[in-house]
Design a protein around this ligand. Sequence first.
Ligand code: 6CS
Ligand code: FE
Length: 293
Amino acid sequence: MTLTTTTVQDLYPTRGTSEVMTPRQDPVVWGPASSPELRSYERDGFLAVDQLITEDEVAVYHAELERLISDPAVRADERSIIEPKSQDVRSVFEVHRISEVFANLVRDERVVGRAREILGSDVYVHQSRINVKPGFGASGFYWHSDFETWHAEDGLPRMRTVSVSIALTENHDTNGGLMIMPGSHRTFLGCAGATPKDNYKKSLQMQDAGTPSDEALTAFADAHGIRLFTGRAGSATWFDCNCMHGSGDNITPYPRSNVFIVFNSVENTALEPFAAPVRRPEFVGARDFTPVR
Ligand code: 6CS
Ligand code: FE
């Protein structure tokens, strides 16, 4: 019997000795871009939706977020990331599995239907999280491409992954909103610097490995500009896994809470990390590829 180890080609090298830019080798919309929305998503790498869920629904999901973050068992769970300074809960991962309320949101046709349309296949949840981003100093996320991490550390081979961030509180232009560089999704920025072991423990608070250089960020910003997303609770931003994005600190009294769901195509399931010594835990990078039904 011959054992064949199929070595998968790494189309997007990253975390070597120096930064390397690779043109995107994957479609953005994996099916016919048959609507103005899909065409603008394909062009920009994102789609802003004024109201994805109603105010009443926001109240349900916001109440569930509050319930989760005030549950001592959730707070003590490894799925919860705590703000270093204030000791507030910053994020809770895998909410689609620990909360029936958020599991329903994932299955909602307005959510999973759009993900299937963009990815052109059945989808499963690679990651979900609630981000509380409380006021009075919650820190943001420095510039990064999610796919760079999901490729390097979770082993996603192709750019066939889409995220949706649904606002559960008002996203003002002052309270640390999501910023994306429009069109940046068409270039993969391979970052310099190897991934330390257990990197996720640090990176979920403040990313280090996988951080672009000032020169690369300047080139991207000069070429693409920067768009800040604001919107009322219930609004949403769909964005491609390879968008260069980040968010600022929130020093206002107004929390910027959202629920963030990452859909991956069932044709693009996680392999072994392409540039990390070990896999991340399943609550950050799913290994259950059951399609969302
Ligand atoms: O490492 C990750 O998977 C997470 N980190 C950030 C800053 N964005 C994407 C994802 O939630
Ligand atoms: Fe991100």
